[in-house]
Design a protein around this ligand. Structure first.
Ligand code: AR6
Length: 175
């Protein structure tokens, strides 16, 4: 069974096989986690993202899907890019989008397994620029990882940047 852990810290510093990037469909960088990963990982990541856009994803990576590149200069071996849904204040719309957030975790783990990764670090996808409420994001993230991690994945580490995120994820994990 997968060991799920929660740490407070920076995703770019994690010594795991794969780190997950909270990207956007363009795959060409941005702020938050995405900015930090490209800054610390160096130009090799962007070069592979550009190749992916020119080949497999000319219209961008759809929300809820995941794709891997090199991790460049990061301690990890791979970066798995996924695109979370943007939160909607309309309750019915948010309910329709929640499966896409679960899909980010499921698809990232599927890609990780295909690569041969055994340890994967996730940020709190969609909880920054995309404004998903932290408690609900933690519920979806922890539930999906616990129930749907492939057998070959030994460790999933949630890496939370601030105290509120850490509290939400560790509280959910304790349930
Ligand atoms: N390590 C771990 N967590 C971090 C780090 C870090 N270095 N930096 C920020 N966080 P966000 P999203 C937290 O905005 O909501 C980008 O511009 C942050 O506090 O990175 O999925 C992309 O290009 C928050 O809790 O991702 C997209 O356009 C969480 O990581 C868009 O933002 C996610 O925040 C994606 O938005």
């Amino acid at each position: 069974m997968v060991a799920v852990t929660v740490v407070r810290g920076d995703i770019t510093e994690q010594q795991v096989d794969a780190v997950v990037n909270a990207a956007n469909s363009e795959l060409l960088g941005g702020g938050g986690v995405d900015g930090a990963i490209h800054r610390r990982g160096g130009p090799a990541i962007l070069a592979e993202c550009r190749r992916l856009r020119a080949t497999e994803y000319p219209r961008g990576l759809p929300t809820g899907q995941a794709v891997a590149t090199t991790a460049g200069d990061l301690p990890a071996r791979w970066v798995i890019h996924t695109v979370g849904p943007v939160w909607s204040v309309r309750g019915d719309r948010a309910a329709r989008l929640a499966p896409l957030l679960a899909s980010c975790y499921r698809e990232s783990l599927r890609v990780a397994e295909e690569l041969g990764a055994r340890s994967v670090a996730f940020p709190a996808i969609s909880t920054g620029a995309y404004r998903w409420p932290m408690d609900d994001a933690a519920r979806i993230a922890v539930g999906t990882v616990r129930e749907e991690s492939p057998a070959a994945i030994e460790e999933v580490r949630f890496v939370l940047f601030d105290a509120a995120a850490y509290d939400a994820f560790s509280g959910r994990l304790a349930l």
